[in-house]
Design a protein around this ligand. Structure first.
Ligand code: BDR
Ligand code: CA
Length: 306
């Protein structure tokens, strides 16, 4: 069992991932970031969700805007409040503290903490910028984000970019090119692992059923599919079932401007050129294939266990 800090812009699939994490790993804390919702709403959502699901974890407020680019509007797919507008939310926002919490926790527990980032990478980039000495002290960083084109999965916001990376491409480029030990779980694999509306009901988790209703309705209306990709859950699944994933290793970059802004790229060419944007960069691990049945069955088992 790993000790985790989960960094999230908590929307619907983030909430599913948190429920799964609470049943499979040790959760040290939840740090929030803008993305699916504004960061203040993410704090309130995380607090509400933890209370409803009896998850014990402190919630910290993180960054409210990207490092360099102009902020963009929150997502709409997850409902106005990010959790399907299913519940009144009596919880309050918090004072900023997420970046410091990440730094302090890693310093206090060297090589013990796994960071799991399931939103934009702004908090993680800020932590390593403010305290670069924590980089070798982080056990690993697992990211749900990016898209590398396998099976046509090259983006979900633009034809080139995935939401979490597109929201703050500068932060993502800093994190992926750092010496952190990173595992990237991109759309290439998260789009392989789906859950239907009927399967959500069979989990017998009323809170999860309630929060995903508008998301499923949207998917049915738009795609003719009453279901959704588990996206963020896959970052957690890699921790429990590493053998279910096929990883490749490569230096990684993120395009930070132009028509392909937010695109994640890996080094595919051995061309010896003076113009090499991967020069001297560490390799990172990227998942390009997954045993979807293995992940789905582990997820169902974890969520239905007494
Ligand atoms: C990612 O985008 C968000 O909307 C989801 O929560 C997930 O983290 C998928 O591209
Ligand atoms: Ca997310």
């Amino acid at each position: 069992m790993r000790t985790l800090i989960i960094d999230t812009d908590i929307g619907v699939d983030d909430a599913f991932a948190l429920a799964y994490a609470a049943r499979t790993q040790h959760l040290l804390g939840i740090t929030t970031v803008f993305g699916n919702v504004a960061v203040g709403q993410a704090v309130k959502n995380a607090r509400l969700f933890c209370e409803k699901m009896a998850i014990e974890a402190e919630v910290y407020r993180g960054c409210s805007r990207p490092l360099a680019q102009r902020p963009s509007a929150p997502a709409t797919l997850h409902g106005e409040d990010g959790l399907g507008d299913a519940f009144d939310n009596p919880f309050s926002d918090a004072a900023p503290g997420a970046v410091q919490f990440i730094i302090d926790s890693v310093r206090a527990h060297p090589q013990q903490i796994t960071l799991v980032a399931i939103g934009p990478l702004t908090n993680i980039a800020s932590a390593i910028n403010q305290a670069p000495e924590i980089i070798p002290l982080v056990k690993e960083l697992v990211i749900m984000g990016g898209a590398f084109g396998t099976g046509g999965h090259s983006g979900n916001v633009t034809p080139f970019s995935e939401f979490n990376i597109w929201k703050d491409p500068h932060a993502a480029d800093q994190v992926l090119t750092s010496a952190l030990k990173v595992v990237v779980i991109p759309l290439d694999v998260t789009h392989q692992v789906l859950i239907t509306g009927d399967e959500v009901e069979r989990l017998n988790q009323p809170v999860l059923s309630a929060i995903c209703r508008p998301y499923l309705a949207y998917s049915l209306a738009k795609e003719g599919f009453n279901g959704m990709a588990l996206h963020d859950t896959l970052a957690l699944a890699w921790l429990s079932l590493p053998d279910a994933f096929t990883l490749t290793e490569s230096p990684l970059r993120v395009i930070t401007e132009g028509i392909a802004c937010g695109q994640t790229v890996r080094k595919l060419s051995a061309l010896a050129s003076r113009h090499n944007p991967f020069e001297g960069l560490p390799t990172q691990r990227v998942a390009l294939a997954v045993d979807a049945d293995a992940v789905r069955s582990h997820f169902f088992q974890a969520l239905t266990a007494p």
